[in-house]
Ligand binder design. Structure first.
Ligand code: PMP
Length: 381
């Protein structure tokens, strides 16, 4: 199998699995228990927290372990909004946030919170002029992702953090797609709160963290004594140990980013040469190294994914599935992409498992499978 869906999730590293098994076998007691085994678990939790803090450039007290980025995102927005002054109750989300995060935006709007959306330009970049225009003294919080999970476009988070802070608001950053792929340092990233999820960097699923700058006013959303009373519930120590192990394994991300960018570019140009109907979105914009978001003419994504399946290539559509079928991507819609084009969107996301051979295999085998259907498509238009 050629796995080109690293933005959806990454395979757990062997050392991660080992750390989890080791913790489940040896340190399974409740870290809140006073007895010896409980205290051993507490120490293991502390050690994992120190590793995570060390690797992400924050203080151990700034790490709140969660069940992943979805929870971290919700916790950040709800927790920071609840602590904001009554005169500051407006929240800004970018229009291309992860679909779960936009559901939160709609849920907040439904209970009367004033929510505004930061638009993006046709090239997928955030519209900074519009963002500046939306700031004001009533804004509690701005929530913006570091990198988009569909297009891979890197967002101007430092600039938006600056705009937010100048308006007296806080800045939350969803760094789920960034961490593990590009260098990250909480101390200098400009955000007051940062979300991450371990399974995007070879850690386990169902665990992540919210990094919350020390001293930031925050109302806990899951009451309980754990995590310094900021997130209740017995800690998922095996998963937390797995996340720490995954962060420890991250080597020189710059070298890997360079390798993946080169592979991604070779894949894109190769496909464009073989099939001139190939359109790559955001091709000349700063993007995550391994992310490619493209369409082959207006060939339905289902047709393309079927062909990829035949070649044992795992990829994904850019669209969110709904009960009524497949909706066009909200990210492409926000960029002003026509619905017929958006319904053809395929995301190929390369990662540490991707080799030159994988790319060459796709380049050799995919065009002959797509060329006949593309010709058919042309003649039926
Ligand atoms: N934010 C972004 C940008 C993501 O890509 C994802 C995962 N696709 C999430 C949040 C949610 O992460 P999780 O499912 O681990 O909670």
């Amino acid at each position: 199998m050629i796995y080109l869906d690293h933005n959806a999730t990454t395979p757990p590293a062997p050392a991660v699995v080992q750390a989890m098994v080791h913790t489940m076998r040896g340190t399974w007691a409740n870290p809140s228990s006073q007895h010896g085994p409980g205290q051993d678990a507490k120490r293991a939790l502390g050690a994992a927290r120190s590793t995570v803090a060390n690797r992400l450039g924050c203080k151990p007290v700034e790490v709140i372990f969660t069940s992943g980025a979805t929870e971290s995102n919700q916790m950040a927005v709800r927790g920071l909004l609840a602590a904001a002054a009554p005169t500051r109750q407006r929240v800004l989300f970018s229009s291309v946030e992860h679909s779960a995060h936009l559901r939160l935006a709609r849920a907040l709007a439904a209970i009367g919170v004033q929510v505004d959306y930061l638009p993006v330009l046709p090239n997928g970049k955030l519209d900074l002029v519009a963002a500046a225009g939306l700031m004001g003294p009533d804004v509690a919080l701005v929530s913006l992702m570091a990198a988009n999970n569909e297009t891979g476009v890197l967002m101007p988070t430092q600039e938006v953090a600056h705009l937010a802070h100048a308006a007296g608001a806080l800045f939350h950053m969803d760094a789920t797609q960034w961490i593990g792929k590009l260098a990250f340092d909480f101390a200098s990233c400009g955000a007051d709160a940062v979300s991450l999820s371990a399974h995007k960097f070879h850690g386990p699923k169902g665990v992540g963290a919210l990094l919350l700058r020390q001293g930031t006013a925050f109302v806990p959303q899951t009451p309980g004594s754990q995590e310094r009373a900021r997130r209740g519930g017995t800690e998922n120590l095996p998963a937390i140990a797995g996340m720490a192990a995954a962060l420890e394994l991250l080597g020189n991300v710059a070298d890997e980013a360079q390798r993946l960018s080169a592979l991604r570019d070779a894949l894109e140009t190769g496909l464009q040469q073989a099939l001139p109907q190939t359109h790559v979105w955001c091709q000349n914009v700063d993007r995550l190294p391994g992310t490619s978001y493209l369409r082959f003419g207006q060939l339905s994504v289902d047709v393309v994914l079927q062909r990829l399946e035949r070649l044992s290539v795992a990829a994904s559509s850019g669209a969110a599935c709904s009960s009524t079928g497949t909706d066009p991507s909200h990210v492409l819609a926000a960029m002003g992409v026509a619905e017929m084009d958006a319904l053809a969107a395929v995301r190929l996301s390369l990662g540490s498992t991707t080799t030159v051979t994988d790319v060459n295999t796709v380049l050799k085998q995919l065009p002959p499978l797509l060329a006949p259907v593309l010709v058919q498509e042309l003649t039926t238009i």
